[in-house]
Ligand binder design. Structure first.
Ligand code: C2E
Ligand code: MG
Ligand code: MG
Ligand code: MG
Length: 285
């Protein structure tokens, strides 16, 4: 009866769940507005080639400039955007914006773009990438798509098909956060991969923990045999960087080398120590 229903409802919303549900609906609504009003921005974290420590690319990382709450990091809104479907619009914007930016940078710089499995399940992503490459006149090899290990391992045929579609375009595919998603090294052969990004949790302990170092060495060794490139994520100290170099890692990123920065600063980094080619030449002309 009504009394039972009332009691049930109370039970459902105990312990702040009501507030949580309201907060979530609010966030969801704000996200659609954010898409319309263009409140997102991309920051770029430099990727360094090893052992020479030269900037070779940037990872694009989204932030939301919320009118009241300031700059919101991706982990605070991407999961909601994935559930509401807003990620399809947001992700489409990210692809175009990262490619637009890349066209301003020297030709030997690449950009790496994070995508959600939700985007890969929609047929749209191939069109979005194809259009962005054409609109900004980019060689596809300069663009990399990152998908987390967890999403890749749990992926179905649709996601695998989208990834091979992207590779058929000439775009590169990276497995992000490797080591967090329970795939075995043997498993790696079954994915068509251009790069493995070794998760920060291994990088941060590799110089103190012999086990972690052995894992990183096994990953880089196997990757080399399979002609897959490796990037060490989350390098915070010189020790961690030299360890990665000695373990045979080809690329690194992390706060020690460079934090994510706005596009103007990324452009300065991209053009440092390089002849005036690509975007620089265009700007001078
Ligand atoms: P991720 O792809 O693994 O990106 C690396 C994250 O680690 C970034 O956090 C970066 O700022 C942070 N990081 C880099 N170096 C260090 C370090 O030395 N120490 C520590 N403690 N952290 C470091 P951020 O920007 O907050 O992004 C978090 C996650 O959000 C990303 O993890 C990625 O999975 C997701 N994400 C970011 N941008 C996008 C996007 O455009 N689309 C989608 N679908 N996901 C995105
Ligand atoms: Mg990433
Ligand atoms: Mg990562
Ligand atoms: Mg991560």
């Amino acid at each position: 009866d009504a009394k039972d229903k009332g009691r049930g409802r109370l039970a459902i919303y105990q312990d702040g769940m009501m507030e949580e549900a309201v907060r979530r609906r609010r966030l969801e609504a704000d996200l659609w507005v954010a898409v319309e009003k263009g409140q997102f921005e991309l920051h770029y974290q430099p990727l360094y080639q090893l052992p020479d420590r030269k900037v070779c690319g940037f990872e694009a990382l989204i932030r939301w400039q919320h009118p009241e709450n300031g700059l919101i990091p991706p982990n605070d809104f991407i999961p909601v955007a994935e559930q509401s479907g807003a990620i399809l619009d947001i992700g489409g914007w990210v692809i175009n914006e990262a490619c637009r930016q890349l066209a301003e940078w020297p030709d030997d710089i690449y950009v790496s773009i994070n995508v959600s499995p939700v985007q890969l399940r929609s047929a749209n992503i191939l069109q979005q990438v194809t259009k962005a490459l054409a609109d900004h006149q980019l060689l596809p090899q300069r663009v990399e798509i990152e998908l987390t290990e967890t999403a890749m391992v749990e992926s179905n045929g649709e996601i695998a098909a989208a990834l091979s579609g992207l590779r058929a375009l000439g775009v590169r595919v990276a497995m992000d956060d490797f080591g967090t998603g329970y795939s075995s090294l043997a498993h790696l052969r079954s994915f068509e991969l251009d790069r493995i990004k070794i998760d920060r949790s291994f990088v941060s302990v590799s110089q103190t923990d012999a086990g972690a170092a052995a894992v990183v060495r096994a990953i880089t060794g196997m990757a080399r045999d399979l002609a897959i490139e490796t990037t060490g994520e989350g390098v915070e100290t010189e020790d961690q960087l030299s360890k990665l170099i000695s373990l045979g890692c080809g690329t690194a990123q992390g706060f020690f080398l460079g934090k994510p920065v706005r596009s103007e600063q990324a452009t300065r980094l991209a053009r440092a120590d390089r002849p005036a080619t690509g975007g620089a030449a265009r700007e001078i002309a």
